[in-house]
Design a protein around this ligand. Structure first.
Ligand SMILES: Cc1cc2nc3c(=O)[nH]c(=O)nc-3n(C[C@H](O)[C@H](O)[C@H](O)COP(=O)(O)OP(=O)(O)OC[C@H]3O[C@@H](n4cnc5c(N)ncnc54)[C@H](O)[C@@H]3O)c2cc1C
Length: 249
């Protein structure tokens, strides 16, 4: 059955979305602690599509707003994509995640390139936050898997984050650091990063998540001797900015 034109929660089928987007529907939505939803989408339009670990999809909402999420798995044979969404509270996608229902139709763009995880040689240091958990899990689908990858996450709630990471199978080599006022916690993250780079100067750095944090870590990595080529930065969000689409440098 084709999706209806408007889903109750603000996920849309505007004329524009109908023309450029792929149709899908929610097959499963699993609350993982209060703050996360593990969402599985399915759609004939997704069958046969190319996907590489680190690619994003952009879900369409009213007003032509698109919001980016990173499938942690994608099966082009069945057109099934799964992502972990962070319910941060204030935003069209965050509100939708909190109330998404099975069978709900939606329109999306992608999968499309955002971050090339296949290209990251080992050892790799992956930094992110709640919005990066799915990306971390997608590393399992790279040729080298999670071998030689250390994960570092800054988070609001350590225990809820641990539960979410366990649910999606990101359990080894993980350091979780709770956020502190004035980003004081980043000093510890920076020292760990500097130590890792001094011990293994060829370490690849993949920084995702909050724009200001990854900018700070980029500078710390460069100070510790990493070349610009060794570092991949993709901002997923910034306070006060709506709907980041993935900026790489
Ligand atoms: C390439 C890419 C891949 C991404 N993959 C994922 C993913 O797999 N899972 C996931 O959960 N997110 C992911 N994100 C982040 C997600 O797209 C953003 O958090 C997005 O802003 C959420 O949309 P929204 O409508 O809820 O909020 P918006 O309408 O975009 O923003 C509303 C307000 O909320 C703030 N905000 C946005 N995100 C956060 C946050 N995390 N914490 C606190 N405040 C926030 C904004 O700064 C703004 O002030 C990805 C982003 C990109 C660019």
């Amino acid at each position: 059955m084709p999706p209806s034109s408007t889903a109750p929660s603000g996920v849309v089928a505007s004329v524009f979305h109908r023309l450029v987007s792929r149709r899908a529907r929610v097959r499963e939505v699993e609350p993982v602690s209060d703050a996360f939803r593990l969402v599985t989408l399915v759609g004939e339009d997704l069958e046969g599509r190319r996907w590489a670990p680190g690619d994003m999809i952009q879900i369409g909402f009213t007003g032509l707003a698109g919001r980016a999420y990173t499938p942690l798995s994608f099966d082009p044979r069945t057109g099934v994509a799964t992502f972990l969404g962070y319910v941060h509270g204030d935003g069209i996608a965050s509100r939708w995640l909190a109330s998404a229902t099975i069978g709900e139709p939606l329109f999306l763009v992608g999968p499309r390139s955002a971050l090339d995880l296949d290209a990251a040689r080992r050892p790799t240091l992956f930094f992110g936050d709640e919005t990066s958990f799915g990306t971390a899990a997608a590393i399992r689908a790279t040729p080298e898997g999670t071998r030689g990858v250390a994960f570092s996450f800054e988070v609001n709630a350590a225990e809820a984050s641990r539960v979410a990471l366990e649910r999606i199978g990101v359990t080894s080599g993980v350091t979780i650091t709770a956020r502190e006022p004035q980003d004081r916690h980043l000093e510890r993250v920076e020292s760990d990063l500097t130590r890792a780079l001094r011990a293994e100067p060829e370490t690849r750095c993949v920084f995702t998540g909050k724009a200001s944090s990854i900018q700070r870590l980029y500078k710390a990595a460069r100070r510790a001797g990493a070349s610009a080529k060794q570092i991949t930065n993709v901002a997923y969000w910034a306070p006060g900015r709506k709907g980041f689409s993935g900026v790489q440098r």
